[in-house]
Design a protein around this ligand. Structure first.
Ligand code: GDP
Ligand code: MN
Length: 375
């Protein structure tokens, strides 16, 4: 789970890492009421990187200037993500930019520190053009990342004296944060030299989704759409795509092949929802509610192969919450006859063949599109 810079900096502050004083706002007018020392830096809070290059990081000398720039940034779309909030922070007078991160190095099976004297630019670019400028050090799973190791890294970046000791404090604290919070990535880019001291000007933190259950205090994920979040709460696997046919299936393999079938007949899925094995009537009802809410859905294709999942349960779910858009239903397997009967009694048609089901779904969506054009 990716966190916003301002959220990452809240973690940083808690672990004693030096960050600028700043406030998050969602309206440019709020600038006037902020007690900040000028100049300030205004930063788009989006989950994508490279905000600086996209114009999402701007310096402002006065409150008027800041308000104007905040207004511009709040109207931006950065790599497809709308800017809803900006961080306004006291600007740093940067002398030099460095890079420091802890990452999970899967190949090595270790947590690794990556550092560089070439900060502020994409580390991937440094890795490509000047790999010798990267300093790498592996943390020992039992010893962690002790000060003596951080000191070796710091010396290789050219630090000495009190700045070196400050680097050691920062690197060991960043490792502690990474380890304690079950992060996948903890990155400072740039780690800046400001008035002879080090400051975390940017902060990036990615938490391991699989460990989130151990961190109830972690902020809710903002990576998911509303529907994806609703599905996750209901324990259903849901993914958004950009076609116009909503898909419900049971089992990842069946759902994948359902997408292929739709494509084969010239259709495109709007989303897909895997109700999983042993899906109850209730899960089916919830699933139908979620997939049809996606804007632009013209048809729904329900493709269920009953195994542990029973067709009668699925049918009951469908009858409880009948599709609001034209639906193609394929229902076969365990308790097939009962399931088909329940649908029939409710006046809902269903077939047994997946190819035919997909073909019909594509046809229904096409008719929906034509009807819309005719209007
Ligand atoms: P990113 O582009 O998304 O990585 O956003 P950053 O927070 O790293 O900002 C991009 C660049 O803007 C940094 O590398 C700095 O050069 C510059 N920048 C950000 N904050 C400040 C600041 O407080 N003062 C100055 N002088 N430059 C800043
Ligand atoms: Mn950055």
């Amino acid at each position: 789970m990716k966190l916003h810079e301002y959220q990452a900096k809240e973690y940083f502050a808690r672990y004693g890492l030096p960050v600028q004083t700043g406030v998050v706002i969602d309206r440019a007018e709020q600038i006037a009421g902020l007690a900040l020392r000028y100049p300030v830096v205004i930063k788009a809070q989006v989950l994508v990187g490279g905000r600086g290059k996209a114009g999402g990081v701007q310096l402002a000398a006065t409150p008027e200037d800041a308000q104007e720039r905040a207004r511009v940034i709040l109207g931006m779309d950065i790599k497809g993500e709308r800017v809803a909030r900006v961080l306004v922070a006291e600007a740093a007078d940067i002398e030099r930019e460095y890079y420091l991160a802890f990452v999970t190095d899967r190949a090595a099976g270790r947590v690794a520190a990556i550092a560089s004297g070439e900060g502020g630019v994409e580390i991937e670019a440094v890795a490509r053009t000047a790999p010798d400028k990267l300093v790498r050090a592996e943390a020992d799973p039992f010893l962690g990342f002790p000060a003596y190791q951080a000191r070796v890294v710091g010396r290789r970046l050219g630090f000495a004296g009190s700045v070196l000791e400050e680097f050691v404090r920062i690197a060991t604290a960043l490792y502690r944060l990474y380890w304690t919070e079950d992060a996948d990535l903890a990155e400072i880019n740039p780690l800046a030299l400001v008035g002879g001291r080090l400051l975390c000007v940017d902060a990036k933190l990615v938490l391991d989704d699989n460990a989130l259950y151990r961190h109830a205090e972690a902020p809710p994920s903002e990576e998911l759409t509303q529907l994806e979040a609703a599905a996750r709460r209901a324990g259903l696997a849901y993914v958004e795509l950009d076609g116009d046919i909503a898909v419900i299936g049971n089992g990842a393999g069946l759902v994948m092949s359902t997408l292929d079938l739709l494509a084969h007949f010239g259709g495109r899925a709007a989303n897909f929802l895997d109700v999983g094995g042993g899906a109850s009537a209730e899960a089916m009802q919830t699933a139908l509610g979620i997939v049809q809410q996606k804007p632009g859905v013209r048809a729904v294709f329900i493709n269920i192969f009953g195994g542990i999942t029973r067709c009668d349960d699925v049918a009951r779910g469908i009858v409880e919450n009948p599709p609001k858009v034209p639906a193609s239903i394929r229902l076969t397997g365990t308790n097939e006859a009962q399931g088909q009967q329940i649908l029939k009694d409710a006046g809902i048609a269903a077939g047994l063949d997946p190819d035919e089901g997909a073909r019909v779904a594509v046809e229904l969506a096409r008719r929906g599109a034509q009807a819309r054009e005719a209007r």
